[in-house]
Design a protein around this ligand. Sequence first.
Ligand SMILES: Cc1ncc(COP(=O)(O)O)c(C=O)c1O
Length: 397
Amino acid sequence: MTKNEFITASEKVLMNTYKRVPVVFVEGKDCTLIDSEGKKYLDMVGGLAASGMGHSPDFLVEAIHKQATQLMHVTNYYWNEPQYDLAKLLVDHSFADKVFFCNSGAEANEAAIKLARIYGYKKFDKPKSEIITVSESFHGRTLGTLSATANENYRVGYKPLPGGFKEVPFNDVKALEEAISENTCAIMFEPLQGEGGLTPATQEFVDKVKELAQKHEILIVLDEIQCGFGRTGTMFAYEQYDLKPDIMSLAKTMAGGFPIGAIVATERVAEAWQPGDHGTTFGGNPLACAAGVATVKEIINRKIPEKAKKDGAYLHEKLQKLMEKYAFVTKIKGKGFMIGLELAFPGNEVVEKAFQKGLVINCTSGNVLRFVPPMVITREEIDEFINILDSVFKEMK
Ligand SMILES: Cc1ncc(COP(=O)(O)O)c(C=O)c1O
């Protein structure tokens, strides 16, 4: 089959939910992807921030192989060792006391919403179930997480959605304060928005969240699915805000590209859940957790958060120079290895031209080029990335 025949055959059997680039990737190593025709690409998308330690790193291949030969799956009616090991790592390296595992980001946020609500339900005699979310957020594609995702574009055609969410403009402290009611059980946001265009929470907003949370007994729910595990320069982005959340959702980089999700929470909140209150067949499966243990250990041992901070600053500096050179680059957004370039026009043409030159990037919010590379990216690769992007920008009118 030629590449085009393969794509036509795939279109026949796969639902049309993605606008895909006409390429078939067959191999990956570190920051390099190779397509079915042998062409190499520098990958600045990193499986949408999931392949955080690069493609098929040896440590992960070995861990998955070892666990696959030993025990792939048992249900959560029984204990398993990798699940404990990963939970212990997460507890030891975050604010949290307890962990619940699932299989994806959306599922983690579903769990976060359910835990926040059952906490409100069990703790207070009055109804306390409403969750405040912020504009341009992205929390997933299930019906519940679409309700939390304050972006109408993702919701068209799916209504009615589950209720009980109230949106406020991101970083608007006045709107946040006004939105609080007797019924508010949680405030949920990404410390650094991914899909929403790489906008960080301001310190002022976080301070107001903390103040209101304390005053009204409201839980703070953070979604660190995209920005967690070192990407912003600290293990978790909340560490940069003097903030201790109650619940945090995780996924993506946690198992280096192997599907996994989790929520972590304080003991006080986690104890709202008792046997039977929530569950999943695959969540916490030994194979996924073994991949997670290997990945999180590698992130810690190789000091990836520090690397993201240092090399992210290097990348930022280089992008700054490009911004000075091209007037249509209007803003640099984000931090560490979660960086965006805002353009004065839609970014699709830049993405397509870059692809032709062997550079994989993507665009979010219409005009923000997003760079979330595998965090093992070298300085030489950063230089190569900048050179290609420069040559693409030169061709833009
Ligand atoms: C911040 C954030 N939350 C939730 C999700 C949903 O994760 P998943 O696609 O694994 O369901 C994403 C995915 O991009 C995300 O970036």
